[in-house]
Ligand binder design. Sequence first.
Ligand SMILES: C[S@@+](CC[C@H](N)C(=O)[O-])C[C@H]1O[C@@H](n2cnc3c(N)ncnc32)[C@H](O)[C@@H]1O
Length: 375
Amino acid sequence: MTDPEPLCESMVSALVVKKKIPGHWADAMRMAPRHLFLPDTIYLYEYGRPGNDLVPLRRSDDPDRWLELCYADEAVNTQVNDGRPALDGTGREVTSSASQPTVVAEMLIELDPRPGERVLEIGTGTGWNAALLAHRVGAENVTTVEIDPAVALRARMALNRAGYDAVRTVTADGAHGWPPGAPYHRVIATVGSRRVPYSWIEQTMPGGIIVAPLSNSYQPPGIAVLTRLPGGGASGRLAGPAAFMALRAQRTPRFNGGAFIGEAERRSSTDVHPYRWVSHRAAAVAIGQRVKDVHKVWQPASGRTGVQWLLDPESRSWASVEVTERPPYPVAQAGPRRLFDEVEAAYRWWRLRGRPEVADWRITVGPDGQRLALD
Ligand SMILES: C[S@@+](CC[C@H](N)C(=O)[O-])C[C@H]1O[C@@H](n2cnc3c(N)ncnc32)[C@H](O)[C@@H]1O
């Protein structure tokens, strides 16, 4: 089997060069090598496979490939279907994963915990991020909460084996934080939420930092970095992009758009290439704030052509924009909502506002909820 050390070193060196990660996080990644935390069975997408498209890769079947994936700068799927794969071992939904090392590093840099500070992590997963935190602040100062008992148990065993047995691994719904360990200097979620739960803010001490990826059906806005205010509540900004699996109670099941797509009720065309309202992050984040519960799905036909779908399974509304070699692009819509019109209006709003950047959004979280507003 390949020696893990050079692979680990090359992943860490790449993060140092490309992402300028500070020495203490690089050392943490060397001292808590990622492969010690990944389960022997991981799951890969096999595109084009209908239904269960997550296929197991067992360490015993291909130890070199398994190890390579441990040190690729990619998320690794570590559990499917809440631990109940199909009889042939395949899965439909990823329910736990080890996040992409670049994203892990970016979030830790934003969190910036100091030695001796108390940290709460929501979403233990493999335990790797908890180990990195433990290396920085001391294992006895880390509490990590995981909703899935089997995932939590595996992480606890990996943390013990790696020498971080003082980390407190709790099996519970992390949406409520973990009050017995509060107040914390830092709170980090490695699972997405539509709104940052107020419990996480309440359990952070004034001046403390909360780092949590936000989710949204249209476009995940990115990583919220908030500071706990002395009088209560928190405020902050959006850092880099990140798409995380949602808190268990906020999951949206993978749906089959084909089940409710029928005859178009309205046809028109647009000269605006969907790239502008789908792939441009600042535009898509703004649109996601203005249209509710819209999912976008790209169905490629060739390299540059295909169909951009907009779907709302709840109201069974859909819209399609056929991306041909050149405009105009034919638009079809049906259902109680006119999804293309909504998205187009939101895109126009964003342009009229002077095309604000992602960094221009301010987030505030109080007992009455979360607000994202432009400066
Ligand atoms: C992306 S993984 C976390 C990655 C992890 N930090 C690591 O280092 O491997 C997200 C985890 O959050 C867990 N999760 C989902 N909903 C949760 C909740 N309400 N409370 C606690 N954990 C939750 C999932 O079971 C999953 O293991």
